[in-house]
Design a protein around this ligand. Structure first.
Ligand code: FES
Ligand code: FES
Length: 208
């Protein structure tokens, strides 16, 4: 009787092919199993992997203290200060460069920290509202704001004070009009503007 050889399995070959198929299925099953995925997510492997790739070293001096940091390139200076370093005196208002609540000094220049990436300031000296006072002694501008009632809800106040200090340093506080013009990037919803001008004029005149 004729045998169709192609339909007859060599028992040895057949078993090794079955083994191979079995092993491949197991490997595939492990790869696709939700448990493996859960394990990877428990270990936060994706985050660790992306952190390793995305974090960049950054040295800053903030309020006189040196900081060696690792930050994602997309982190704004504002988020670095508030979220990572917990320097929450700098406020987030619009987060679009329109209200001035986030004003800090970078190498002495006032800047909206919501509009600039932290990694752009390697080696810079940053001053926030927390760095203005000398220990327990308030900065003259802080004293003047309190004296002149230049704050109501206080939310815009840190940014107003940082801009006010810079305004005098820049030589832009020679008249009420000039002060108003150079403070116009800082919005106060409570309308404390008249008192803010008074506070700045007093510090400018050295009368605080
Ligand atoms: S929060 Fe930066 S300008 Fe408004
Ligand atoms: S004091 Fe309230 S927003 Fe300025």
């Amino acid at each position: 009787m004729l045998e169709n050889k192609s339909l007859v399995e060599d028992p040895k070959k057949g078993s090794s092919r079955r083994d191979f198929l079995k092993k491949s299925s197991v490997i595939t099953a492990i790869a696709l199993t939700p448990a493996a995925a859960v394990k990877a997510s428990d270990l936060r492997l994706d985050e660790k992997f992306s952190d390793a790739i995305e974090q960049m070293p950054l040295s800053l001096q903030i309020n006189g203290q040196p900081y060696q940091l690792k930050v994602e390139p997309c982190t704004t200076l504002l988020d670095l200060l508030r979220e990572k370093l917990k320097l929450t005196g700098t406020k987030k208002g619009c987060d679009q460069g329109q209200c001035g609540a986030c004003t800090v000094h970078i190498d002495g220049v006032r800047t909206n920290s919501c509009l600039t990436l932290a990694v752009m300031h390697e080696g810079a000296k940053i001053t926030t509202i927390e760095g203005l006072a000398d220990g327990r002694k308030l900065h003259p501008m802080q004293e003047a704001f309190i004296k002149h009632d230049a704050l109501q809800c206080g939310y815009c106040t840190p940014g107003q004070i940082m801009s006010a200090v810079a305004c005098i340093q820049e030589g832009h506080a020679n008249s009420e009009m000039e002060i108003r013009e150079f403070m116009s990037g800082n919005i106060c919803r409570c309308g404390a503007y008249a008192n803010i001008v008074n506070a700045i004029q007093e510090v400018k005149g050295g009368r605080s």
